[in-house]
Design a protein around this ligand. Structure first.
Ligand SMILES: Cc1cc2nc3c(=O)[nH]c(=O)nc-3n(C[C@H](O)[C@H](O)[C@H](O)COP(=O)(O)OP(=O)(O)OC[C@H]3O[C@@H](n4cnc5c(N)ncnc54)[C@H](O)[C@@H]3O)c2cc1C
Length: 118
């Protein structure tokens, strides 16, 4: 296979350029992306394990903050639950009167970051 690139490999003109990338599973109601991301995560981990040395994949978790009635966040939670991606949701203790709510999506290993979600 020959790859041809106008600017050579790892060029800063490529949108994939850069040292880090985030992988996420929340795509609102677009379940197919959630399923693809969920499936690819194990492959990223396997690649990272095969590479040895400095891990390619760093598991950090994510804290997602949204309004309770935000339709995209609600759809995201529904899809994550349907696909089996571990999540936890909690209402943030705040003085806000508009019902601020936080959603914490967890890793597939189920290791949540409850401290971050509070
Ligand atoms: C700032 C930024 C942050 C992002 N962060 C994330 C993230 O955290 N997680 C995530 O999943 N996605 C992220 N994305 C999106 C993701 O990077 C892109 O969707 C993905 O990299 C696209 O890959 P690609 O190979 O299609 O395109 P590219 O990586 O852009 O590659 C296109 C290549 O085509 C070459 N080219 C252009 N014109 C020609 C030509 N005429 N002849 C020959 N070669 C040509 C370019 O030089 C380039 O190397 C981010 C994008 C940006 C811009």
């Amino acid at each position: 296979m020959a790859l041809v690139d106008a600017y050579g490999p790892a060029t800063s003109r490529a949108s994939s350029g850069g040292e880090t990338r985030v992988t996420r599973m929340g795509y609102g109601p677009d379940e197919v992306y959630t399923r693809w991301s969920w499936k690819s995560l194990e492959q990223w981990k396997a690649l990272s394990a095969r590479a040895g040395g400095v891990p390619l994949f760093q598991e950090t978790g994510v804290l997602w903050m949204a309004h309770e009635e935000d339709p995209r966040s609600r759809a995201t939670l529904e899809v994550l639950a349907r696909v089996g991606v571990p999540t936890s949701a909690s209402t943030a203790p705040s003085s806000r009167s508009d019902g601020g709510r936080s959603i914490s999506a967890t890793s597939p290993g189920g290791s949540t970051s409850p401290a971050a979600a509070r």
